[in-house]
Write a protein that binds this ligand. Structure first.
Ligand code: PLP
Length: 379
């Protein structure tokens, strides 16, 4: 069969999905621009620029000795470690190949074609992707000041709604909702609707802002809280995240989960990461400092930015495509966000101080070239 015919076999709702576009990999830019990968700065995927902690690297090295064995499909030790730390039962924890996997599992277990899911405009793009892959239909609620409008999201719930997604903080906007507002939303939502509270960036919040949403799981059987080791713990490449939810919901997710979705290196690394609270604290501190550095740079250029609660920040640059290309040519990768309805903005991940500086220098250059071109056009 020719491949053209084969694609026609896929449901229309799959064929209409726009592919996910991630941050440009360093190696790809190096190939395209003929650059030394070591000179490239990537601030495009909200990764932790420090990499995993020494303790975690050691745990990975030890676990690597047994790679001939399948991982523990139930993730016993990691679930025990999480349950102890979060004061929940291990049967309320579902492990994922990144927290993305948990989001996918929820849609897989709960959405039928024609069902509805609700999310905010500018919310993390995996919500529409995972929803559409099930033939379900999204209701995108207009954002308020670039963030989630919880009142409008509550009003958007209909009898067909099965899931509401909330990202707190949200990517790519960095907006944040106080936990008390999130809890009153959950309390007001019908019990037949699952609320997925995505807290991928929770650890970057100041401790006084961090939610205790995992404690709410005992109160709201329709709540799923997802978190990840990809961000503050510096383990994006290993793919490990988790969700906490009522044991009956966890049981359903585990039925559709691939038996070995979290590999053995990731399990060992995550356990070690949980024991390394000092590393996360230091990452938070560096992130705060880096954020101030980027903000000061934006202010110098009189650029508008959205105050962010994550490890990234949206900056308004106008002709974002041109600025992005100019940064690439200078070996700096950031993230265009036109696919989020933010065509004039770029998302920049906070890097190490020297990386932030490289970006700011390149940005100055990109803006200068742009200003020159604009002046030329008016001559
Ligand atoms: C809001 C949000 N949720 C979830 C994820 C998924 O991360 P991971 O699958 O690496 O845990 C991301 C990654 O960028 C994110 O920004």
């Amino acid at each position: 069969m020719n491949p053209g015919n084969a694609t026609a076999l896929a449901p229309e709702y799959v064929r209409s999905i726009a592919p996910y576009v991630g941050g440009k990999p360093i190696e790809e830019l190096a190939r395209e621009m003929n650059l030394d990968p070591a000179t490239i700065v990537k601030l495009a995927s909200n990764e932790n620029p420090r990499g995993p902690s020494p303790r975690v690297r050691e745990a990975i090295a030890v676990a690597a000795r047994d790679l001939n064995r399948y991982p523990d499909g139930n993730g016993y030790a990691l679930k025990m470690a999480l349950a102890t730390r979060l004061a929940r039962s291990p049967d309320e924890v579902v492990l994922g190949n990144g927290s993305n996997d948990v989001l996918e599992l929820v849609t897989q277990a709960f959405l039928r074609p024609g069902d509805r899911a609700v999310w905010s405009q500018h919310a993390f793009i995996v919500y529409p992707l995972a929803t559409k892959a099930r033939g379900a239909i999204g209701t995108e609620v207009p954002a308020k000041d670039h963030g989630h409008d919880l009142e409008a999201m509550r009003a958007a719930i209909t009898p067909r709604t099965r899931i509401v997604f909330i990202a707190n903080p949200n990517n790519p906007t960095g907006t944040w909702l106080p936990p008390v507002a999130v809890e009153s939303f959950i309390a007001s939502a019908p019990r037949e609707v699952l609320v997925v509270l995505d807290e991928a960036y929770n650890e970057f919040l100041e401790p006084s802002e961090q939610s205790n949403a995992i404690d709410w799981v005992g109160r709201y059987p329709n709540l799923i809280v997802s978190r990840t080791f990809s961000k503050a713990h510096g383990l994006a490449g290993l793919r490990v995240g988790f969700g906490v939810m009522d044991a009956s919901v966890a049981d359903l997710l585990n039925r559709v989960r691939q038996p070995f979705n979290v590999n053995s290196l990731a399990q060992a690394a995550a356990i070690a990461a949980l024991e390394d609270a000092g590393y996360v604290e230091e990452s938070r501190r560096l992130n705060r400092e880096g954020m101030r550095m980027l903000e000061a740079g934006f202010a110098r250029h009189r650029l508008r930015w959205l105050p962010s609660h994550g490890n990234f920040v949206l900056v308004h640059v106008g002709d974002a495509r041109r600025v992005y290309e100019s940064l690439l040519a200078q070996g700096v990768i950031v993230r265009p966000v036109a696919n989020y309805g933010l065509a004039e903005w770029l998302r920049v991940t906070v890097g190490l101080p020297e990386e932030n500086q490289r970006f700011l220098d390149a940005l100055a250059q990109a803006l200068q070239v742009g200003a020159g071109a604009a002046a030329g056009a008016h001559r």
